[in-house]
Write a protein that binds this ligand. Structure first.
Ligand code: AMP
Length: 217
């Protein structure tokens, strides 16, 4: 399987090639075509499997058409930690280098003024930790009714960190008609309950951790 077989645009393929990737990892090969079709995904994959590119790369092509309005992000990615959120942002910069997409990163510790300014300009991709996102929502700085793609990354860590009530609140603010991509390293009962609540007829993709992914890379 080659990146060129997955249905990506020439510009996105070029950015992936520039990143030095020769072949897609198993989660990328399985998820990218499904995401491009607009379907929900339930991905069971750990860090190191290439899961971040599995959602960021196709999102760039989906978001390439259309324009953002002030304070109304077109897509939302929630991640449990600042570090993970920042890594996802780096992925968008790397793979989105040939697309003029705008992005904002809302994480604790960053300046409120800068984050509010970015939101006011309108963003295609909003990447946030749950607490900071709700904080800005309560201040009336964000509307989520135009966010038609939602990614929940590392759901199991959100659970461990006690963020699930915040995540449920955030999801309730998004439109019901949306595409949802949900990733977790594990799939226990509580995670399965959340997946059932947030996803519609998802394609389930489970890949084994690093070792087998590494041999494929
Ligand atoms: P992730 O699992 O998303 O944290 O990615 C783990 C690492 O694999 C990151 O450093 C990526 O840059 C790298 N990576 C992602 N996709 C590929 C690929 N198709 N080929 C080689 N490396 C990759």
């Amino acid at each position: 399987m080659e990146f060129a077989d997955l249905g990506l645009s020439p510009d996105t393929l070029r950015a992936v090639t520039d990143a030095g990737y020769l072949t897609p990892t198993p989660i990328q090969a399985q998820a990218i075509p499904v995401v491009l079709m607009g379907r929900d995904v339930l991905g069971v994959a750990q860090t190191g499997t290439g899961k971040t590119a599995a959602f960021t790369v196709p999102m760039i092509d989906i978001l390439a058409d259309g324009r953002s309005k002030a304070r109304m992000p077109r897509s939302l990615i929630i991640a449990p930690t600042r570090e993970l959120a920042a890594q996802i942002a780096e992925n968008f910069i790397k793979y989105g280098k040939y697309h003029p997409l705008s992005m904002a990163l809302l994480i604790g510790g960053g300046s409120f003024t800068d984050q509010e300014k970015a939101l006011d300009r309108g963003v295609d991709v909003l990447i946030a930790t749950p607490g900071r996102l709700l904080d800005l929502y309560e201040r009336g700085r964000i509307l989520l009714n135009d966010a038609k793609i939602l990614v929940i990354d590392e759901a199991d860590r959100m659970l461990d960190m006690g963020f699930i009530p915040d995540v449920e609140r955030i999801v309730s603010l998004l439109p019901k008609m949306r595409q949802t991509l949900f990733f977790s390293a594990t799939m226990d009962k509580e995670i399965r309950r959340l997946a059932d609540q947030f996803l519609m007829n998802p394609k389930e993709i489970a890949v084994t951790p690093a070792a087998s992914a590494a041999t494929t890379i």
